[in-house]
Design a protein around this ligand. Structure first.
Ligand code: ATP
Length: 244
């Protein structure tokens, strides 16, 4: 049973691709009003974890619960509570933000008014501009608006701010903080240590499919100046502990 306030609970998650063990027994909870960072280098297993939560991959082991709903047994109900933003969102070049939001509402039911979303995510000026003319930051804010349209309790973001300039990144981070203040649970996958430090209440450092450290960003990352440094220090311990 999920602890009080927990919106996303992953227990003992495992996923292999052939002989490759991408995720090895990850357990992690995200509570309402919390931003948790899944921080790790390329290939650590971040995307695989998110894909398992989203039902895009079938885990080999473990359980996933979303708002108390078993995501493996009742995927449709569980996934209806999740909004997702990937590193790049593939929308048709010729669609406009207003049309995309209207189409989403038709397909998935309108939980949030399109005009309100356009205003909230700073897209009114570009509401009728073609998708291909939006900047990278505007595309990501549209992706967030679409993820938000279904009024999700849980938001998953995979490297959502990667490649954005400082201003757009700040705007996206402000959007995420606003969602946290509304009591939503956010899990963000990133390999950007500064993003994890400035945004997350808690981070889990992932290395070769395992969580090697978890806690407040300051406590976990501490004095390390780069993710490589932190991983080196942390995995030395973890490797010895696991006997590998
Ligand atoms: P990145 O930051 O580069 O996106 P990640 O932390 O998201 O990395 P994953 O994409 O989950 O990591 O990959 C974890 C491991 O699983 C890697 O070793 C990767 O090569 C492997 N992997 C991922 N997808 C597949 C697949 N479809 N088939 C085989 N191996 C895969």
């Amino acid at each position: 049973m999920a602890a009080r306030g927990v919106r996303l609970s992953i227990q003992g998650l495992g996923k292999r691709y052939g002989k490759q063990e991408a995720v090895r027994g990850i357990s992690l909870d995200v509570a309402a009003g919390e931003i948790v960072g899944l921080l790790g280098p390329n290939g650590a297993g971040k995307t695989t974890t998110l894909e398992c939560i989203l039902g895009l991959r079938r885990p080999d082991a473990g359980t996933i619960s979303v708002c108390g709903i078993d995501a493996l047994k009742a995927p449709r109900q569980a996934h209806a509570r999740i909004g997702v933003v990937l590193q790049q969102t593939g929308l048709p070049d010729k669609i406009t933000p207003r049309e995309a939001l209207a189409q989403f509402a038709r397909l998935y039911g309108a939980h949030q008014d399109g005009e309100v979303l356009l205003a909230r995510f700073g897209l009114l000026e570009k509401a009728d501009g073609l998708y291909e003319t939006l900047s990278g930051g505007q595309k990501q804010r549209l992706a967030l608006a679409l993820a938000f349209a279904g009024n999700p309790a849980v938001l998953l973001l995979d490297e959502a701010a990667a490649g954005l300039d400082v201003g757009m990144r700040r705007a996206l981070h402000d959007d995420m903080r606003a969602m946290r203040a509304e009591g939503r649970a956010l899990l963000i996958a990133t390999h950007d240590m500064s993003e994890a430090m400035e945004l997350c209440d808690r981070i889990a450092v992932l290395h070769r499919g395992r969580i090697v450290a978890e806690g407040a960003p300051d406590a976990v990352i501490g004095a390390h100046t780069s993710l490589e440094d932190a991983i080196l220090a942390l995995t030395g311990t973890a490797l010895a502990d696991s006997g590998r």
